[in-house]
Design a protein around this ligand. Structure first.
Ligand SMILES: Nc1nc2c(ncn2[C@@H]2O[C@H](COP(=O)(O)OP(=O)(O)OP(=O)(O)O)[C@@H](O)[C@H]2O)c(=O)[nH]1
Ligand SMILES: [Mg+2]
Length: 367
């Protein structure tokens, strides 16, 4: 039976190549058009994951997520309870780090809160000291995150290089001069805020601020602090030293930023210019504030609590909701307070209570 054929079909039958060329051209156009819409944004940051540890090459969009990835988190269900480990609550340990101390790291590794529920975050200044600290930190992090036993790996570790200024000299005599305190504490506040706002997640229940010069804490630090179920709770920071008179090791108070406000402190503040700050622990500014460091009783109950108005950053546990509600570290005079002390004030203005544990000691490095 004869079949009617169009001139185009006849042409294709005689010379198949004449059809291949236009068809290929159409496919090529189609490909170019749609690929320009679907291509991923190219960032100067590139990205690589190794055992969950983000190494130097980072991209802003994780490759393992589809482009239409949507995450749902119900903040009503996110709890911060005294039974944090039992309830599998995620804790974020944050450390601004101008120097890396092996003792700090070893102490951190010894904390018994499950590492699979623990995230770490560091911010390192862009100074010569910072370069050295960063190298040591990266080495230590790689080692722990490549541990054969997965239980010894942290769920996530973030290392930030600071984009704001820092004091060039971190020597004791330079960083403790009263004249540099406003600038130094302001820089540190910016560093803490960058660290906090880039690492806190919708799943974070608790934030532990742990300074890099805290070289000794009880291994149960996290469980102990959360067990008090307080919005903010600070441990008491002491220092070990050699008592040359008694010829033996002894301890002395170190962090004076955990304090209760005094009438004298309020009077000083009320007579200050708007941009002036009060820094604690300097005889030039006598506030007569009761300092938690002086309330330590070696025979007292380790769980004794005291209400505070100012905190230091040595080892402070914060319910993540306090930060999520907006309490951060003012880099500017806030009620004449700055950084961690300003943070305590801001949290109080948001309606949260601040506490300290005078008999619960952590130890500061001794230069
Ligand atoms: N990222 C960053 N971290 C810093 C900077 N300065 C200090 N740090 C870190 O911030 C924490 C607190 O700083 P410290 O210098 O110990 O301040 P402090 O505890 O108030 O006072 P001292 O220990 O008595 O000097 C430590 O973990 C430091 O390593 C900085 O400029 N940038
Ligand atoms: Mg310190």
């Amino acid at each position: 039976m004869g079949v009617l054929k169009s001139p185009i079909v006849r042409q294709i039958r005689r010379r198949p190549l004449t059809a291949v060329i236009p068809v290929s051209f159409i496919i090529l156009l189609y490909y170019l058009f749609f690929s320009s819409f679907s291509s991923k944004p190219k960032s100067k940051y590139s990205y690589k994951t190794k055992n969950g540890f983000f190494s130097k090459k980072h991209s802003l969009i994780p490759r393992n997520l589809p482009n239409d990835h949507i995450s749902h988190y119900d903040l009503n269900r996110l709890a911060s309870t005294p039974m944090a480990a039992y309830n599998k609550e995620r804790i974020l340990i944050l450390t601004p780090m101008s120097r890396f101390y092996d003792e700090y790291w070893n102490n951190l590794l010894k904390l018994t809160y499950p590492k699979q529920l623990t995230e770490l975050g560091f911010i390192v200044p862009r100074t010569a000291d910072g370069d050295i600290a960063l190298k040591k930190l990266e080495k230590a992090v790689k080692q722990v995150q490549s541990s054969k036993n997965k239980e010894n790996r942290y769920t996530k570790i973030t290392i930030l290089r600071q984009d704001s200024d820092s004091l060039e000299s971190q020597l004791e005599k330079d960083r403790h001069a009263l004249s540099v305190q406003k600038l130094r504490r302001s820089n540190m506040a910016l560093a803490r805020n960058s660290l906090l706002f880039t690492t806190i997640g919708p799943y974070t229940s608790w934030v532990l601020w742990l300074d890099s010069d805290i070289v000794e804490t009880p291994p149960t630090l996290v469980q102990d602090l959360v067990s008090h179920d307080k919005p903010i709770i600070s441990s008491n920071c002491y220092q070990r030293y050699f008592d040359t008179e008694k010829k033996e090791m002894s301890i002395r108070p170190y962090d004076f930023n955990n304090w209760v406000e005094s009438q004298e402190g309020l009077n000083i503040a009320s007579n200050m210019a708007e941009d002036e700050i009060i820094v604690e622990g300097y005889s030039e500014i006598a506030t007569y504030r009761p300092l938690m460091a002086h309330f330590y009783d070696p025979n007292g109950d380790i769980n004794t609590e005291m209400a505070l108005d100012g905190v230091g950053g040595s080892a402070v546990m914060v319910k993540a909701d306090v930060h999520r509600d907006g309490a951060m570290f003012p880099s500017f005079p806030f009620y004449h307070l700055i950084e961690t002390e300003g943070f305590a004030k801001m949290a109080k203005r948001l309606g949260y209570e601040v506490f300290g544990l005078p008999n619960y000691l952590v130890f500061h490095y001794n230069e």
